[in-house]
Write a protein that binds this ligand. Structure first.
Ligand code: HEC
Ligand code: HEC
Ligand code: HEC
Ligand code: HEC
Ligand code: HEC
Ligand code: HEC
Length: 328
């Protein structure tokens, strides 16, 4: 990514927008906030009065479940048709041409998986210094009572004191918003992966925890970088990329579906730093940037390392995303 200075410039220029949104009472988050924060979805005030919830209560904070992951997944595992399904196996989006939501899905709770962020397992955070162990829950990344961020993302997931805001309508755009009150069709349309366009800050947000990637460290000339960079556009002068192939979509890296046995995958996601709305965020151009979720799904998915394609195995798709941008 860029350097620290530009990072702070971004945060500072956005701060007044966030403040303004709170003042006029229009939270950028959409659900589990404001009038969409329904206490009874998660809390039972006097456990035992027949109000549902997991057997064995009452539980801390008057929650209806013994763990936060169990609570959130009681709806987000596909059993509530209006709640975006983030737990394997996911079929909610099948009819839309998308396999999953923007963040993809978890493999399980209290089990280690190499294809998703682990929930409830104490793990070392990779690409982080100093090394830190953490047992992830939904609340590590999402504010359970909502906030001004896109998807209620917590601003400071590693509690280091700095923090990154990711604001809907500024950093990230949705083609269609979810229905109010929630409906199945409304949630399928709003949360499917292709309904989201990206401009900025999500990579910085991931790098709150994976802080070795916070800056794109320089490599030794003629190489540009030490690790694969993020938030860099394809058209930088002297770049080791192939912007015209990216724009035309005509290398062998482009294909109809991932994992269909034929070389080529659908165009990977990108960021557009000049975007002002959904349509400009989705416009293919040589100014598009590679970012963390070009290659990864935030929750996880089918493939090793939360990758959007089978990378570490012999598969016709194994280098397809690389070929979309580099065409070697
Ligand atoms: C009683 C069911 C239920 C429970 C329990 C529940 N959710 Fe949700 N959640 C929903 C529904 C329904 C939606 C989609 C509503 C909409 O956007 O119109 C939603 C949406 C969301 C969104 C997207 C919100 C946005 O503004 O973009 C996030 C993130 C989320 N839930 C996280 C959580 C987390 C974390 C927990 C546990 C602390 C949780 N949910 C518990 C039903 C539930
Ligand atoms: C989507 C699920 C969800 C909803 C809806 C929800 N809560 Fe919570 N609440 C939680 C979770 C999870 C915790 C425990 C947080 C933790 O352990 O960090 C919590 C903790 C609390 C606490 C104790 C800790 C604190 O933050 O002060 C209070 C009080 C509370 N909730 C009140 C409310 C009220 C009032 C509402 C409705 C306006 C509400 N909650 C709606 C999930 C929810
Ligand atoms: C709250 C801290 C936190 C945040 C924020 C976070 N991660 Fe992670 N990440 C972890 C931890 C802990 C692990 C190691 C355990 C595991 O595999 O789930 C991990 C593992 C990973 C892995 C390796 C997964 C595997 O199974 O091998 C990838 C890839 C990854 N994260 C990418 C991301 C991306 C992309 C984002 C932003 C969308 C992100 N992370 C945000 C804590 C975080
Ligand atoms: C490591 C951080 C992390 C953890 C842990 C996490 N989320 Fe998310 N979640 C994200 C990010 C980042 C997004 C937005 C991804 C995007 O737009 O590319 C998201 C998006 C969502 C959405 C919107 C639909 C979608 O998938 O895009 C829901 C609902 C949601 N998360 C629920 C949950 C629930 C429930 C849990 C716990 C079972 C959870 N999340 C745990 C980071 C996390
Ligand atoms: C161009 C594609 C690409 C981009 C962009 C990218 N990654 Fe990765 N990442 C990968 C691949 C592929 C792997 C699997 C193994 C490897 O080659 O390192 C990986 C591995 C990881 C791991 C696991 C490392 C380990 O030791 O287990 C983490 C964590 C991670 N990435 C986080 C991120 C974050 C955070 C960002 C954005 C700041 C990011 N990645 C950007 C492709 C990418
Ligand atoms: C969405 C576009 C995109 C994807 C997908 C992508 N890259 Fe890149 N990659 C870039 C950009 C942009 C740069 C920075 C270009 C530069 O400065 O030379 C870069 C840089 C690199 C570099 C370092 C160049 C240098 O001089 O330091 C290598 C090596 C590389 N990518 C390999 C890969 C591989 C392997 C994959 C697939 C696993 C991949 N890339 C996927 C856009 C992408």
């Amino acid at each position: 990514m860029r350097n620290q200075n530009s990072r702070w410039a971004i945060i500072l220029t956005q701060a007044p927008i966030v403040v303004l949104m709170w003042v006029v009472g229009v939270p950028a988050g959409e659900y589990h906030i404001g009038s969409g924060l329904v206490c009874a979805q998660c809390h039972i005030l006097h456990y035992g009065e027949g109000g549902g919830g997991e057997p064995g209560g009452p539980f801390p904070y008057l929650l209806s479940h013994s763990t936060i992951n169990g609570l959130c997944l009681s709806c987000h595992d596909g059993s509530d048709p209006t709640a975006p399904d983030v737990f394997a196996a996911v079929s909610m989006y099948d009819a839309t041409g998308d396999e999953h939501s923007a963040a993809g899905y978890f493999a399980g709770t209290d089990v280690s998986s190499d294809s998703a962020h682990d929930l409830g397992v104490t793990d070392l955070v990779p690409l982080r210094t100093p090394s830190t162990n953490i047992a992830l829950s939904c609340a590590s990344c999402h504010d359970v009572h909502g906030n001004g961020n896109y998807r209620n993302l917590v601003s400071d997931p590693d509690s280091s004191g700095s923090g990154t805001n990711v604001v809907l309508g500024t950093d990230i755009f949705e083609g269609v918003a979810p229905a109010v009150p929630p409906t199945q069709e409304g949630s399928v349309a709003a949360y499917k992966s292709s309904n989201v366009g990206y401009r900025s800050n999500l990579s910085y947000w991931c790098a709150e925890c994976h802080n070795l990637l916070e800056t794109n460290e320089d490599g030794v000339t003629p190489a540009h970088y030490k690790r694969h960079p993020s938030d860099v556009s394809l058209d930088v002068a002297g770049s080791h990329t192939d912007p015209s192939t990216w724009v035309a979509g005509d290398s062998l890296g482009f294909g109809a579906a991932t994992g269909d046995g034929l070389e080529g995958v659908p165009r990977v996601r990108f960021q557009e730093a000049t975007a002002t709305d959904y349509s400009s965020a989705k416009t293919v151009a040589s100014t598009n940037q590679v970012f963390c979720t070009s290659c990864h799904l935030a929750h996880g998915g089918k493939y090793v390392s939360c990758a959007v394609w089978p990378y570490k195995v012999l598969d016709p798709d194994m280098y397809s995303p690389c070929q979309q941008c580099h065409n070697q």
